[in-house]
Design a protein around this ligand. Structure first.
Ligand code: AHR
Length: 661
C-alpha cells in the first residue's frame, strides 16, 4: 500500500469514528422574552387556494360527476353512451341559448322500445372515489312530455361490480318547466376509481341537465358541499387568511376568460362554466377536461374562510389578462366595470342586507357580514400598464372604504428589473401591502432567509403571497415535496417571522394536487379520489401557523439574529394569550448540532419544555399515500435547567420549543 493510500485510509477511518454531532463551539442562543420587537399579525400564516391541479373541480368541490351540465367544449366529454341498438338521435345534445345563455346545453333522450338498452356513463374526475356504507345524493334537472321513462342509477367499482343503485322516477309531465328530482342511496362497497351509469328504462322522451352526485360526508355535512378530508387538513393549519381564487386563473388566458366573481354566485345551474386556464397551459401536462364549473364560487369561499377561522383574501382582476398568455389589457376608458366589481365585492361581503349586494348575500343564506378587510388587485401583473390601472382601482376603493387594505402585485419574481420597477412605484404610491412570489431552489431560500432583516420598516408591508422551494426547477415535473425543500422553506420562514414588522402575510403555493390530474408540482397537499395527505412542506406551514404567537422577541447568537450561522436559522415569539415563549430552529446541515438556549426575562419559567420535531432519515424523504407520515412532526418533553435548554438539533430538522414564561 502506498503512503498516500495509507494516509487516505487513516483519514477516512478517523472521520467515520467522529461523532455525527457537533457542538459548533458551544455557542448559546439567547432568547429575551421581555424585549418585544414587533407584533405578529393574526393573518401571518395563511393559505393560497387556486383551482389548479384539480383543486376545486375534482378536488375540494365534492361533485363526483364531470361535465354534469354538458357545457364542456365537447358536450359529451366524460360521458359515454351505451345502447343495444343504434338509434340516430336517441341522445341529442340540445342548445337552448336564447332561453338560458349561462347553461344552454342539455341532453334530450328518446327511447321508443322498452326492450332496448340505452344509458349514459360518467367517468368522474379520474374515476369516482366511493365509500362503503355511505349515503350518496343523486339529483338531476329534467323535463318530460310523457311520464314513462325512469332513470336507473348504478355506481360501479373499478372492476365493474355494482356497488350502489337506485331508481329515479320523474313521475310527472312538466311541459316546458324544468324540475329537479333528487334521490339518495347507500353503497355496498368502496372503490377508488368507480363510475356511474344512468340507464333509461321504459319508453318516452326526457330532457336532462345538471346530473349530479355528492357524497353525504361533505364538510359540515353541507349538501352539495366540499370534500371534508381536504378541508380538515386546512382547518388543522388554523390559517390566518385564505387567498382565493388564485393565482393565474384570476387573470385568465384572455380577458373573456378572467375570473368574474359575479358569475360564480347564485343558483349553481345559472353559474356559467368556463375553461380552466390550466387546461392547456403546459403542453407536457395537458388536461383537456379541466373546466371551472363554479359550483364553488365566491359565496362558498367566504363561507369556507369563516368555517376555518381565516380572514378572506380575494384577488381580483386588474383589467389585465395573464401576461404569459395573451397579455390583453382593457383600455383605461373601459376599466369601470372592473373597478365596480371590486366595489361591489366589498358590498357583497360586508354590506348591510338593505344594500344591493348585501341583499344577494343574505338571500344566499348569510345575512351577517363576512368581515372582509383586504383584497388583492391583480395577480402577477407587471409593467407601467399595471401601475396605471392599479392607481384607478386604489383611488376608487379608498375613496369609498379608506381603511380597506389593498394588496398589489410585484410581478412574478422577487428580484430583477420588473420587480425593482414595481417595488419602487408601489412604494411611491404608498401601497398598503406588496405581494411577492418566490418559486426558487432550496439554496435560494436558505441564502435569502435574512431578506427582510434590512427592509424598510415604514411604508408598504409584504405579503409573501406564493412560495415553494423547487427541488429541480420551476414548473419541472420532477419537483418533489421532500424534506430538503421543507427545511429550506422553514429556514426562510424564520426570516419572515423575525421580520413580522414587515411581513404581514405568507402562503405556500400551490395548495392541492390530484395525483392523477396535476399540472404543477410541488404542492402542499396531495390527494386521490379517497385520500389526502400533507407533505413535509405542509407540516412546516402548519407548525409555523399553530405556533404563531403574538409578538416577536429576539433570539441571538453572538449578539446577532441567527440566519445561517452554523447552518442554523432561528426565530422566536411569545404568545401573550398562553404565556409561553415559542422558539423555532432549523438545522439545515447534515449533522446533528448541540446547543444551549438561554431564556431571559421570564417571570416564572416552566421546568419543562414541549418539543416538536420534523425530521427524517434522508433529506430526499417524501410522504405518499402508502406512507403519509414518513416525514411528520413528533412531540416530546425536555427539562429546563434553570433558564437553559440543552438541545440536540437533528440533522436537517425543524424544531419548535414551547416553554411557559
Ligand atoms: O401557484 C401556481 C401559479 O404560480 C399561480 O397561479 C401563479 O400566480 C404563479 O405563477
Amino acid at each position: 500500500m502506498s503512503i498516500k493510500k495509507i494516509l487516505f485510509t487513516v483519514l477516512i477511518t478517523t472521520a467515520s469514528l467522529l461523532p455525527l454531532v457537533t457542538n459548533a463551539q458551544n455557542k448559546i442562543i439567547t432568547v429575551s422574552t421581555n424585549k418585544i420587537i414587533s407584533e405578529v399579525q393574526p393573518t401571518m400564516w395563511g393559505i393560497f387556494f387556486e383551482d389548479i391541479n384539480l383543486g376545486a373541480d375534482g378536488g375540494i368541490y365534492a361533485e363526483m360527476v364531470k361535465n354534469r351540465s354538458f357545457e364542456f367544449y365537447q358536450p359529451l366529454m366524460g360521458w359515454t353512451v351505451t345502447q343495444s341498438k343504434f338509434n340516430e338521435g336517441s341522445v341529442l345534445v340540445t342548445n337552448r341559448k336564447e332561453a338560458n345563455a349561462a347553461n344552454p346545453r342539455y341532453l334530450q333522450i328518446t327511447k321508443s322500445n322498452t326492450g332496448d338498452t340505452l344509458g349514459i356513463t360518467n367517468e368522474g374526475f379520474r374515476g369516482m372515489g366511493i365509500k362503503k356504507g355511505l349515503r350518496y345524493d343523486f339529483s338531476v334537472l329534467y323535463r318530460q312530455q310523457t311520464n314513462n321513462l325512469k332513470l336507473h342509477i348504478e355506481l360501479l367499482s373499478t372492476s365493474g361490480k355494482i356497488i350502489g343503485n337506485a331508481i329515479v322516477s320523474p313521475a310527472e309531465i312538466t311541459g316546458k318547466e324544468w324540475k329537479k328530482i333528487s334521490l339518495s342511496f347507500t353503497t355496498t362497497d368502496s372503490t377508488l376509481k368507480g363510475k356511474m351509469n344512468v340507464w333509461f328504462e321504459g319508453t318516452g322522451q326526457i330532457d336532462i341537465d345538471m346530473v349530479s352526485l355528492f357524497p353525504e360526508d361533505t364538510w359540515k355535512k353541507r349538501p352539495g358541499g366540499m370534500r371534508a378530508d381536504m378541508i380538515q387538513l386546512l382547518a388543522d393549519m388554523k390559517p390566518g387568511f385564505i387567498r382565493f381564487p388564485g393565482g393565474c386563473i384570476v387573470e385568465g388566458h384572455d380577458l373573456a376568460l378572467r375570473y368574474q366573481w359575479k358569475k360564480t354566485i347564485g343558483p349553481i345551474e345559472a353559474r356559467q362554466l368556463i375553461i380552466n386556464r390550466w387546461n392547456s397551459e403546459f403542453s407536457h401536462r395537458p388536461t383537456p377536461d379541466y373546466f371551472q364549473t363554479f359550483g364553488l364560487g365566491f359565496f362558498e369561499y367566504f363561507q369556507l374562510a369563516e368555517d376555518i377561522g381565516a380572514s378572506p383574501l380575494p384577488i381580483l382582476n386588474a383589467g389585465m389578462a395573464c401576461q404569459f398568455n395573451t397579455a390583453e389589457v382593457v383600455p383605461i376608458d373601459e376599466l369601470d366595470p372592473y373597478v365596480q366589481d371590486a366595489l361591489d365585492l366589498i358590498e357583497f361581503a360586508n354590506g348591510d342586507i338593505s344594500t344591493q349586494w348585501g341583499k344577494v348575500r343574505a338571500a344566499m343564506g348569510h345575512p351577517a357580514s363576512f368581515n372582509l378587510k383586504m383584497m388583492g388587485v391583480g395577480n402577477e401583473n407587471w409593467g407601467p400598464q399595471y401601475v396605471e390601472r392599479l392607481k384607478i382601482f386604489s383611488k376608487a376603493i379608498k375613496a369609498r372604504y379608506p381603511d380597506f387594505k389593498l394588496i398589489n402585485s410585484s410581478g412574478t419574481d422577487p428580484d430583477g428589473e420588473r420587480f425593482n420597477f414595481l417595488n419602487g412605484e408601489l412604494r411611491k404610491m404608498n401601497a398598503d401591502i406588496i405581494d411577492e412570489h418566490y418559486y426558487r431552489k432550496p439554496e435560494w431560500f436558505l441564502a435569502n432567509a435574512a431578506r427582510y432583516d434590512n427592509y424598510p420598516r415604514d411604508g408598504a408591508k409584504v405579503f409573501a403571497g406564493e412560495y415553494a422551494a423547487q427541488s429541480d426547477a420551476t414548473v419541472s415535473i420532477n419537483n418533489k415535496n421532500n424534506l430538503q425543500t421543507a427545511i429550506a422553506e422553514a429556514a426562510f420562514m424564520t426570516g419572515l417571522e423575525r421580520n413580522a414588522a414587515v411581513v404581514n402575510l405568507a402562503s405556500y403555493a400551490p395548495l392541492f394536487a390530484h395525483i392523477d390530474g396535476w399540472q404543477w408540482t410541488p404542492d402542499l397537499i396531495w390527494v386521490n379520489n379517497l385520500q389526502s395527505y400533507g407533505t413535509p412542506n405542509y407540516y412546516v406551514q402548519k407548525l409555523f401557523s399553530i405556533n404563531k404567537g403574538t409578538n416577536v422577541v429576539p433570539a441571538l447568537m453572538d449578539g446577532k439574529a441567527v440566519s445561517g450561522q452554523d447552518s442554523l436559522y432561528v426565530s422566536s415569539v411569545i404568545d401573550k394569550s398562553t404565556g409561553e415563549v415559542i422558539i423555532k430552529i432549523v438545522n439545515a446541515s447534515n449533522i446533528a448540532i448541540n446547543k444551549i438556549i438561554e431564556i431571559k426575562g421570564a417571570s416564572k419559567l416552566a421546568t419543562k419544555a414541549n418539543v416538536t420535531v420534523l425530521k427524517s432519515n434522508s433529506i430526499l424523504d417524501v410522504n405518499n399515500f402508502s406512507n403519509p407520515a414518513t416525514v411528520s412532526p413528533v412531540n416530546s418533553v425536555i427539562s429546563v435547567n434553570g433558564n437553559k435548554l440543552n438541545i440536540v438539533l437533528a440533522a436537517n430538522s425543524f424544531t419548535v420549543y414551547r416553554v411557559g414564561i
